[in-house]
Design a protein around this ligand. Structure first.
Ligand SMILES: *[C@@H]1O[C@H](CO)[C@@H](O)[C@H](O)[C@H]1NC(C)=O
Ligand SMILES: *[C@@H]1O[C@H](CO)[C@@H](O)[C@H](O)[C@H]1NC(C)=O
Ligand SMILES: *[C@@H]1O[C@H](CO)[C@@H](O)[C@H](O)[C@H]1NC(C)=O
Length: 912
């Protein structure tokens, strides 16, 4: 019997009392897990601004963006009133017209095939009045009282009634209609601009005037033409005849205000003319970069190259206001909206500025060609990572042939506990504080502890802006930096890598930018290549990052220690793949040696490739079957899958390559595949999944899955004598492949993804980013899980493995979908642009993984593929209750012990 001293009872009680404080932190709650984290609505960079035609200040402004979205914003606060994306299907051209005297406008969208659709829509809510399809590209829209004029590139002008009924068509005889203004059609052909009106009665086009030059713009009675190197400003009368004109020899642009016409020369000098008489009012030797019409009748705005905005009265030349814009990036568009100016900067910021201050601001850079999205774990989580300490002990234990290791592990544990103890007072104080803290702070602390609080860093290839979003604080911006060199072509050939918490951005020409992801500081910029070299690929080795150049050299980008071993790497271009080894050469240089090459058949091009995610882990080597036998997984660390498509043959080939030897381990061909539709591919532990659209066996998108096993027979390994197989020994068996295909039942899968968790114990989910802007998830075992046939039929072998899954009776994947598999809850999102990213990152909770999609919008959600199994159910498990119970027991023991002792003593004495 252990001896319980008298003093120990109060001590135990004290300890228990302290432990009570600890209780509240312990777990994330069930309803916290798997919740929708946040959704950031974006529209992209503005390329055209439209305002309602009704005069006076307006509540709305319409923007057409580079992401092919038409969005109407509230001018009061910049929030989106509504938006409509035309990106799916592509846009060749667009034009829009605000209908005077109505609350509606027209927007025409021309598709890549050349046909157009015209919509008549309400400003306030985007409700559709009617739509009209035409065969050609719509080039200009005009309204003439009751009728609408719609011109096409072919020169045809449709006369459309207010209710959207086409009445008749006239032709401009091959001239391109460039504008329709106040019922006058401006058509251009052979450096001549012809002005005509449509005669409704005779249903013909009547020419009324003709000018030399090419068309620049028209603003009711001011027509601007370009003739040789000069701009010609023509003042038209009621009947569109020229009254007067001025020729500006070195003018670059002309802005027309209600009362003044302003021209800007290439050198930035500004000349102001009276709109009525075209007489020169003023001349300013300003250094204007951009001029824009003002918000009042006589004013205009001059923007200097230093982003100083001067609002000038054209008549008096007086500067009404001058202010420095709050963002220093170049301005793409400045446009007067109501009494303010809407400014789109090249870094993606959209602002509404008044004379002196910013009314609102939106950061649209994230929507502009995001080339990388990276989850960055915060140091707070790492500090709380006791699992790492335990892992170290286990590692020591594993290698423990000697007692020294056991001792070492023991010492480690004691130190760890001592270390934990040091933080205990702080912990108690925190707990006491937390009762006074805001709920949010407590939540944040918990999110830090469980790794749910991370930064999501997005690199925009269009704007060169890098933004970190807080995954926990609803996607708020933590930091943003501009002017990062992301290369040309919207960052298409730029590589982004995360090394610990440093973001490495490497352009094709060898410009490297290193950003500390925790504070957004650029820690290094350098040019690692000479001008005649190009980066083919960035290779990540345990020793660092290297740029693979055109001359097959490896240039160090970042290195922690010189590499000592030989590594295998590979490179894929449009129609070939090559394998190389990397070995240490003289003086610490690295040598690339080609070992194999793989060429696709003639006419085939690589559609997509995949390898297993770096963070994906294996925890067991077999798959347990129904009869408790085991099918051994074909685990291979060096696999590359390639999907190749032949547009001519409409055939898809999928290969699984061993990247060490270049051997094709498995291949499959699919016929009648639509090469214009998405092909997506993802590779996991011992399997791969891909989607494609085919017409056989039935038209629709299909999903095929390969599961690789060592052998088709349960309990049998590749080599009976227990020999280890590897690519290096030449003893590599071919995998036994179970295959299965489904019809997905959705219109298209833009991207496939995979969830990764911290230790890889949790089931993997396969993620589908659909063309309809939703993310679906399917547990991998539901897709394909080999089971043994139940031994009902004696004639059949009982342990025959076949690709039957739990969902075998499903005709399509979607018919089996439960609501929870739609990770985006059918919210109206804009995700599936062709540059969209689908990223997954582990948290400190094994059950939970963070999934982010960045297309136009950013959407982040927590996913628990095996349900939140490590989440403490606070109803079933109450730490308080346990502690109270133990405390009560101690009290009882404390009270009973003397009595029992007395009784025993009496018994020994023989006294009853
Ligand atoms: C923005 O302003 C509009 C109209 O003034 C209002 O309906 C809307 O709720 C506002 N949005 C936000 C986010 O404040
Ligand atoms: C993305 O779409 C645009 C327009 O639809 C197209 O021009 C471009 O080539 C596409 N990019 C990729 C990578 O498919
Ligand atoms: C069962 O499997 C064994 C070994 O694979 C084979 O020899 C035998 O013919 C099979 N029996 C039936 C009934 O298929």
């Amino acid at each position: 019997m252990t001896k319980l001293t008298r003093t120990s009872t109060p001590f135990s009680l004290l300890a228990l009392l302290l432990a009570l404080f600890v209780s509240a932190v312990a777990a994330i709650y069930e309803d916290d897990a798997g919740v929708l984290d946040w959704h950031r609505t974006q529209i992209g960079l503005t390329s055209a601004v439209y305002t309602p035609a009704a005069s006076g200040a307006s509540d709305y402004v319409g923007l057409y963006t580079e992401s092919d979205i038409f969005a109407v914003l509230h001018t009061a606060n910049g929030s989106i009133a509504w938006r409509r994306s035309f990106a799916d299907g592509g846009v060749k051209a667009h034009c829009a017209l605000s209908l005077p005297g109505t609350t509606e406008f027209l927007i025409a969208i021309t598709r890549p095939a050349g046909n157009s659709i015209l919509y008549r829509t309400a400003w306030a809510d985007g409700s559709l009045d009617w739509e009209l399809s035409t065969m050609g590209q719509i080039t200009a829209l005009g309204s003439n009282g009751e009728i609408l004029l719609v011109s096409e590139a072919s020169g045809d002008i449709h006369v459309v009634g207010a209710s959207g009924i086409k009445q008749f068509t006239v032709s401009s005889n091959g001239a391109t209609v460039v504008a329709i203004e106040d019922g006058v059609v401006f058509a251009e052909k052979d450096n001549t601009v012809t002005l005509s009106t449509v005669d409704i009665d005779s249903q013909s086009l009547v020419e009324i005037a003709r000018f030399e030059g090419s068309f620049v713009s028209v603003e009711s009675d001011i027509l601007v033409l370009r003739n040789d190197d000069s701009l010609v400003v023509v003042k038209l009368d009621q009947d569109s005849q020229a009254i007067d004109s001025i020729t500006e020899s070195d003018a670059e642009s002309v802005a027309v205000s209600e009362k003044v016409v302003v021209s800007k020369s290439a050198s930035g000098a500004v000349t102001v003319y009276d709109r009525e008489s075209l007489g020169e009012l003023n001349h300013l030797e300003a250094s204007a970069a951009t001029i824009a019409p003002g918000t009042e009748s006589e004013t205009f705005a001059v923007l200097t190259a230093e982003n100083e905005l001067n609002v000038i009265n054209g008549a008096t030349n007086a500067i009404i206001s001058t202010s420095k814009l709050s963002v220093s990036s170049p301005v793409l568009i400045i446009s007067a909206v109501g009494n303010d100016y809407l400014v789109q900067y090249s870094n993606g910021i959209l602002q509404l500025v008044s004379e002196s201050n910013t009314i609102w601001e939106r950061d649209e850079s994230i929507a502009a060609s995001p080339i990388a999205g990276l989850f960055v774990q915060l140091p707070e989580t790492a500090a709380l990572d006791t699992a790492a300490g335990i892992r170290e002990e286990i590692l020591l234990d594993d290698a423990s042939d000697s007692n020294a290791n056991i001792l070492l592990a023991y010492v480690k544990r004691v130190t760890r506990h001592l270390h934990d103890l040091q933080t205990f007072p702080r912990y108690v104080i925190r707990m006491l504080q937390s009762s006074f803290m805001f709920v949010d702070e407590v939540e944040l602390e918990r999110a830090n502890m469980f790794g749910l609080h991370q930064y999501f860093v997005v690199v925009s290839g269009r704007t060169g802006r890098v933004v970190a979003l807080d995954t926990f604080l609803k996607g708020g911006t933590v930091w943003a930096i501009d002017g990062v060199n992301v290369g040309s072509n919207n960052g298409k050939d730029t590589t982004v890598n995360l090394v610990e918490t440093d973001v490495y951005i490497v352009t094709k020409t060898g410009a490297v930018t290193v950003i500390n992801a925790l504070n957004g500081e650029i820690t290094k910029t350098e040019q690692i290549l000479s001008t005649d070299q190009v980066v083919l690929k960035v290779v990540e080795l345990p020793s660092g990052l290297y740029a693979w150049t055109t001359s097959d050299e490896l240039v160090t980008i970042h290195e922690t220690a010189p590499p000592t071993e030989i590594y295998y790497t590979n490179r894929v271009n449009e129609d070939s793949a090559w394998g190389y080894t990397i070995s240490a050469g003289a003086e610490g240089s690295l040598v690339l040696t080609k070992t194999w090459s793989f060429n696709l058949d003639h006419g085939y091009a690589v559609a997509t490739t995949a390898t297993r995610p770096k963070l994906d882990k294996t925890i067991n080597i077999g798959q347990v079957l129904e009869d408790r036998s085991v099918l051994y997984k074909y685990l291979h660390a060096n696999l590359l899958s390639i999907a190749a498509i032949s547009s001519e043959d409409r055939r898809l080939q999928v290969f699984l390559l061993d990247t060490v030897t270049g051997r094709v381990l498995h291949a499959k061909e699919h016929n009648e595949v639509d090469p214009a539709r998405d092909i997506a591919l993802v590779q996991g532990e011992h399997w791969l999944v891909y989607t494609y659209t085919a017409t056989v066996p039935t038209l629709g998108e299909q999903l095929t899955i390969w599961d690789l096993y060592e052998s088709g027979k349960p309990n049998q390994r590749a080599y009976d004598n227990g020999e280890e197989y590897s690519s290096f020994s030449g003893l590599l068996p071919e995998p036994y492949v179970l295959e299965k295909s489904f019809l997905t039942g959705i219109s298209g899968t833009a991207k496939l993804g995979l969830t990764v968790t911290k230790h890889g114990i949790t089931v993997r989910d396969v993620l589908l980013l659909t063309r309809s802007n939703q993310v679906l998830s399917y547990a991998k075992p539901q897709l394909l899980s080999p089971i043994t046939k139940s031994p009902t039929d004696k004639s059949q072998n009982t342990s025959m493995v076949s690709p039957y899954s739990f969902f075998d009776h499903a005709t399509t994947l979607l018919s089996q979908s439960r609501k929870s598999t739609v990770l985006t809850y059918n919210l109206p999102l804009e995700l599936a642009g062709n540059t969209s990213l689908l990223v997954s990152a582990p948290t400190a909770l094994e059950s939970t993984t963070l999934v982010a999609v960045a297309g136009t919008d950013v959407y982040v959600v927590r996913v628990t593929p095996s349900k939140p199994f490590d989440v403490l159910n606070t109803i079933a498990f109450s730490k308080q209750q346990l502690i109270y119970t133990v405390a009560a027991m101690l009290v009882v023991v404390g009270y009973l012990r003397p009595q029992v002792g007395k009784k025993r003593a009496n018994a020994k004495w023989g006294v009853e």
